[in-house]
Design a protein around this ligand. Structure first.
Ligand SMILES: C[S@@+](CC[C@H](N)C(=O)[O-])C[C@H]1O[C@@H](n2cnc3c(N)ncnc32)[C@H](O)[C@@H]1O
Length: 368
């Protein structure tokens, strides 16, 4: 369609200045240095120790529940020690990141206050929003979680770059690849975009960079997340609207969006909420509009992509995430037949796109 500007993003060509603008930094040299140390320890632990597996006799144990598999693997003392050390380092990371923001709280609060009512873009906070119980916990062991710390969005973004992606995509490179892989509607019209569960807005920003003329929204239940997301986008010169709202009740009119994205939202909400969010997306995406979903594989994925964790290590890891990374909805999400949910809600579903993260493609759903 005339007017739809579509720019291919190139995560490999970011200049040093681009990278500096996209990274989180701290106002004091000693804090920056200490955070580099914390980052290095976390990266070392994640890269060197994640592959540590229990010894083979234990691995040959028969089919077990994920909790039993975890208990069996933890009978290997070396594996158990490594696993516990990994969590200690994870908590060390959160502790140091939270302290770094708390130590210069006035600086970080003033920075967000300076952009709250300033553009480009806009910020909508809804302090009266009833936060669902499922969102009120310390996901990933983050102190205060997304909603309980005024720096929750900033802390999440900073720690995410060093923990979740193990420092491999610290400037939003992964989300640029995700944005590049989003298919356009068949008629080519991309006038309005929404990113749900936007957190610090890294994917929202990439979508705006790819489609600079489109009205772009990021929605998240967390006030601290959208506040930081707006601050960061404004600093990057991106005209994006961030709003603290529920993905299951977005308040947008029917058929409003040409493209909706979500990245790693669904495994963090209850199965009941997931169903409501799917219904809400079916309401606000126009016929022919595209919903690009990316999260862990669920029941109903094609067998060549969906490889359920049937090994004892896979099961033990599932329990480890569920129980020790405070991801209580992960297993319920994986048990949902997500592609069937989308089809039943009125979407045609395609999973033949390129693998992007951990070998999985996005689920591209076109509204019938
Ligand atoms: C893993 S983070 C998303 C990461 C983000 N998409 C990115 O690209 O970095 C999950 C986000 O979903 C948000 N969330 C959870 N439940 C929600 C809901 N019902 N409505 C909107 N956002 C929700 C959380 O506050 C959190 O910011």
């Amino acid at each position: 369609m005339a007017g739809t500007v579509d720019i291919k993003l190139d995560p490999k060509s970011l200049t040093a200045a681009d990278k500096a603008r996209r990274r989180v930094s701290f106002p004091r040299l000693d804090v920056n240095s200490h955070m580099h140390f914390a980052e290095g320890v976390k990266m070392w632990a994640t890269r060197r120790m994640a592959g540590a597996q229990p010894s083979s006799p234990i691995c040959e144990t028969e089919a077990l529940t994920i909790e039993q598999a975890w208990a069996a693997t933890m009978r290997d003392p070396a594996h158990a020690a490594q696993t516990r050390l990994n969590w200690s380092i994870h908590d060390f990371m959160w502790d140091r990141v939270c302290r770094a923001f708390g130590r210069d709280a006035d600086h970080f609060l003033a920075a967000m206050e300076a952009t709250d009512n300033d553009g480009p873009g806009s910020l909508e906070l809804n302090p009266a929003l009833a936060i669902p119980d499922y969102a009120r916990h310390e996901i990933h062991r983050q102190p205060g979680g997304y909603v309980g710390d005024p720096f929750g969005g900033w802390v999440y973004h900073y720690a995410l770059t060093l923990a979740h992606y193990q420092g491999r995509t610290p400037h939003g490179e992964l989300q640029m690849e995700l944005a590049n892989a989003v298919p356009k509607p068949a008629d080519g019209a991309v006038n309005r975009i929404l990113d749900i569960g936007c957190a610090s807005g890294v994917l929202t920003n990439a979508m705006k960079e790819r489609f600079p003329k489109a009205e772009t929204w990021g929605v998240d239940v967390s006030g601290p997340c959208v506040r930081y997301a707006h601050h960061r986008a404004a600093k990057l010169g991106l005209d994006i609207h961030f709003a603290q709202r529920l993905a299951e009740d977005t308040k947008f009119p029917n058929g409003h969006f040409d493209i909706v994205t979500d990245y790693l939202l669904f495994h963090e909400v209850s199965a009941e909420a997931a169903r409501k969010i799917v219904a809400e997306m079916a309401r606000i995406i126009r016929p022919g509009g595209v919903w690009c979903h990316n999260d862990a594989q669920t029941t109903g994925w094609p067998s060549e992509i969906h490889r359920p964790d049937t090994s004892i290590q896979g099961k033990a890891m599932a329990w480890n995430l569920y129980r020790h990374n405070y991801e209580p909805w992960y297993e319920a999400y994986k048990a949902l037949d997500f592609p069937a949910l989308l089809r039943d809600a009125g979407f045609d579903v395609d999973m033949s796109g390129p693998p992007i993260f951990r070998g999985r493609p996005s689920v591209n759903a076109v509204k019938r």
